[in-house]
Ligand binder design. Structure first.
Ligand code: ZN
Length: 250
């Protein structure tokens, strides 16, 4: 067997922008916008169905010690709703896990499997849980839960069994240091910035830094793809999410 040929054949079926339904899974309100806001906008502009699941409530994202956490949760929810509107998100799901809480990966996985069976995404976007030096537990747990749910959503033996299984074709990892796929977003960059700006509680104090980094990264990825700006993803067919050592090389 020629492994390059095999990998190439399976990967060829994953043309990232050519599907109908996409689910973006974000650990906190704002992560999806940072990692792939412009791609969300692009897909929505192409007439695709774009769904967003925000797993935790973001209650730890404040710097003013007098703030009540419940108030932070509400502020961030409203910011997320406004940002999602700019990016053309069709429906948003707040899963409500506690930011930095003691929840288990399997708890998130179960909720995500149910959601995937409901919205039937072809491709699931989530943070790369294998990002070297990423230590935030929400990012590691949510990334893994979303990848596991993408693998198991199509298994009839895995609960919840009252919803029909739905096979996900591929996962696309954002905020990754191993991108293998780049999406040109020249026309969508401004919308991404506008969406990020809606997260005032997070970025207003350091907007210049955020804007500067997003600008730098999009140009760097753009060079790879031959456009001005791009976003980068590690795309893996779900078939490669289990017992497949070559996934690292893709
Ligand atoms: Zn985050």
């Amino acid at each position: 067997m020629d492994i390059t040929e095999f990998v190439g054949k399976v990967s060829e079926d994953i043309k990232l922008l050519e599907h109908e339904r996409y689910l973006f899974v974000s650990p906190h309100p704002d992560d999806a916008e940072i990692g792939c806001g412009a791609t969300m906008k692009k897909l929505a502009g192409l007439g695709k169905e774009v769904y967003l699941a925000v797993v935790t409530d973001g209650r730890k994202g404040y710097s003013d010690p007098s703030m009540q956490e419940e108030k932070v949760v509400e502020i961030r929810k409203q910011e997320q709703l406004r940002a999602a509107r700019i990016l053309g998100v069709k429906e948003i799901f707040f899963l409500g896990f506690e930011d930095l809480g003691d929840y288990r990966i399997s708890d998130v996985r179960e909720k995500l499997i149910a959601l995937m069976r409901r919205v039937k995404p072809d491709v699931v976007f989530t943070v790369d849980p294998y990002l070297k030096y990423e230590v935030h537990p929400d990012h590691i747990k949510v990334g893994l839960a979303a990848m596991q749910a993408s693998l198991f959503s199509g298994f009839p033996s895995i609960p919840p069994k009252d919803i029909e299984p739905h096979p996900v074709k591929a996962v696309a990892l954002y905020l990754t240091s191993s991108p293998n796929t780049f999406v040109c977003v020249d026309a969508e960059h401004e919308s991404k910035l506008a969406a990020l700006k809606e997260h005032k509680s997070q970025f207003s104090q350091m907007w210049e830094m955020i804007e500067g980094y997003v600008d730098y990264k999009s140009r760097e990825y753009g060079k790879v793809q031959g456009c001005k700006r791009a976003e980068g993803f590690k795309v893996l067919p779900t078939l490669f999410l289990h017992v497949f050592p070559d996934a690292d090389e893709l």
